[in-house]
Design a protein around this ligand. Structure first.
Ligand SMILES: C[S@@+](CC[C@H](N)C(=O)[O-])C[C@H]1O[C@@H](n2cnc3c(N)ncnc32)[C@H](O)[C@@H]1O
Length: 392
């Protein structure tokens, strides 16, 4: 549903807020909850309450206080996860930044994380619903933030350090053409002018070479993943950059790897161990640098699996190699029999078939009790399957 500001305000007033609180743990049937809201509030507000209640439950993946916060669906989808926002906010503190402007604050996730670190935050947004919810959410986290309704393409934030997260979605749909992001890359670039430091949050799905054409050359590029999923690319400028060219960070571990860009890794034979690297390494153009530092290499220049000696790192899901075979169903079935496989987990890189298709072809029935991870990939034109066991 499309919300209006009056409904957004009514949602955060005592009566609706307390009713939402009361229905917090009231079973999972959204229809019966919606009916209860309808009995108590005008239709439009009741619908909005039903939506907020559903969004709050989804928000728990991102926010520890999700059950108390306010969202619209697109604003929740665009909001930074608390863990990522907190990790980033720590950088501002580390480099001694005391005051930050966030001109596209959405429901306030990043501003709240920075304010929680003791930074003076001036947040604005051109969307009054976002701004209203951000102000209420800031209270949920007991933080003080200075909020202003403003379009940053018309009213530039005061001089000082800036953090900006442009809207890259319209409703729930991703906007593919960067010129349709809001503010546009040119407007964002204009905001960076003569600032002591800046950070732009961007999508890791957009290739770095495209981002580098759109924005001024950053002093550092960081790609952050959370639980194995690439979440964001940040362009850091001025005092917010820490002297490394590229950085990949994995959360929640908080491990970080920084080096000059080196995407390509050496190519070699299959070793005793094989690794599925975290996407942050690949997106940051650091796979080659990481491989070199750990004595690893790839099997094929276009495929990201690393192989070599035993390495333990939060950047790697590691597997002990048991056998290798071409991805021919007859040969694969023979291997499944030889290794007495009962359960097959298939991971793939560089081949089109779906894991479920491969599984039904290779393991039509259990040949034993062993659980095997099959890495289906290719070396040049040769499709191969690598039978492995995960490292602890
Ligand atoms: C990706 S969201 C920000 C999310 C926020 N960082 C968070 O974690 O909650 C982008 C926000 O930019 C706002 N926006 C887009 N264009 C703007 C402009 N020209 N001026 C101010 N705000 C703008 C949108 O209303 C939206 O709330």
């Amino acid at each position: 549903m499309k919300m209006d500001i009056k409904t957004a305000q009514a949602l955060t007033e005592d009566e609706a807020r307390e009713t939402l609180m009361m229905f917090r743990n009231f079973g999972d049937d959204p229809l019966s909850v919606q009916e209860s809201f309808r009995g108590l509030f005008p239709k439009k507000l009741a619908e909005a309450m039903g939506e907020v209640r559903a969004l709050r439950r989804r928000a728990l993946v991102k926010f520890s206080r999700g059950l108390d916060m306010y969202f619209t669906k697109p604003l929740l989808e665009q909001a930074s996860s608390e863990q990522v926002a907190q990790y980033r906010a720590e950088r501002f503190v580390r480099v001694g930044v005391k005051k930050v402007f966030e001109p596209c604050c959405g429901i306030g996730s990043d501003s709240i994380a920075m304010a929680l670190q003791g930074i003076e935050v001036h947040a604005s947004d051109k969307d009054e619903i976002a701004l209203h919810f951000a102000a209420v959410n800031a209270k949920v986290y007991e933080t003080h933030i200075d909020f202003t309704l403003a379009d940053c393409s018309e009213v530039l934030p005061e001089d000082g350090v800036i953090f900006i997260d442009p809207a890259r979605r319209r409703g729930s749909r991703r906007i593919m053409d960067p010129q349709d992001w809001s503010p546009t890359p040119d407007q964002v670039s204009a905001l960076l002018h003569q600032r002591p430091g800046a950070g732009i949050k961007l999508s890791p799905a957009t290739p770095l070479d495209i981002l580098l054409e759109l924005f001024p050359t950053p002093d550092e590029i960081e790609v952050i993943s959370l639980k194995g999923e690439a979440k964001e690319t940040i362009f850091w400028y001025g005092c917010l950059a820490d002297g490394s060219d590229r950085r990949a960070t994995v959360l929640p571990e908080g491990s970080t790897f920084a080096a000059p860009e080196q995407a390509a890794a050496d190519v070699g034979e299959l070793g005793e161990f094989i690794y599925d690297p975290d996407p942050a390494l690949i997106r940051a153009g650091l796979l080659g640098a990481f491989a070199k530092e750990h004595g690893l290499h790839v099997l094929d220049p276009e495929i990201g699996y690393l192989t070599g000696p035993e390495v333990h790192s939060p950047f790697l899901s590691g597997f002990r190699v048991l056998a290798e075979e071409t991805l021919d169903p007859r040969k694969m079935k023979a291997k499944m029999r030889e290794f007495e496989v009962g359960k097959l987990v298939i991971k793939k890189r560089g081949i089109a078939e779906r894991p479920s298709t491969l599984e039904s072809r290779f393991l039509p029935k259990a040949f034993g009790k062993r659980s095997i991870v099959l890495l289906a990939t290719r070396v040049g034109d040769r499709h191969i399957g690598i039978l492995t066991e995960p490292l602890e």
